[in-house]
Design a protein around this ligand. Sequence first.
Ligand code: CA2
Length: 152
Amino acid sequence: MSTPRRLLLVNGPNLNLLGTREPDIYGTQTLADVEAVATGAAARRGFEVRAVQSNHEGVLLDAIHAAREDCAGIVINPGGLAHTSVVLRDALSGVALPVAEVHISDVRAREEFRHHSYVADVAVVHVTGEGVAGYATAVARLIDVLSGQAEG
Ligand code: CA2
């Protein structure tokens, strides 16, 4: 079977609040804007995007498991789960698809507890602190990896 030209875009807990609060940290764009940015970047390379956002970890795990069936890779902003969840990390490592981890804010310049991500070492692409545009970067770099062009 050929590799599907589809990415799973996962946004974790509280990212549905984008654009409603804390604009100094997260900007003014909404989750719908995030999904449009990722979808546009993927479309430019001939990929489609299936987007999921949930405040429930199990919903995210189910979507990640299902991606095994029909996605080539996963772009994920785990939200705060990046800093807490071995379970999410295990799901990502378990499906064995290439993963791009993206954070809107520069987590390295924020509180110490945000400096560690359980997802980081199961991801092949890391984008941090580029705002919502970082989703386009993450999509493009993940597709580069899928095309055998690059890693990192
Ligand atoms: O910078 C990011 O993208 C984060 O993943 C966002 C998470 C945070 O826990 C991570 O450390 C970094 C928080 C998502 C919550 O987003 C909100 C947006 C607007 C208002 C309130 C929360």
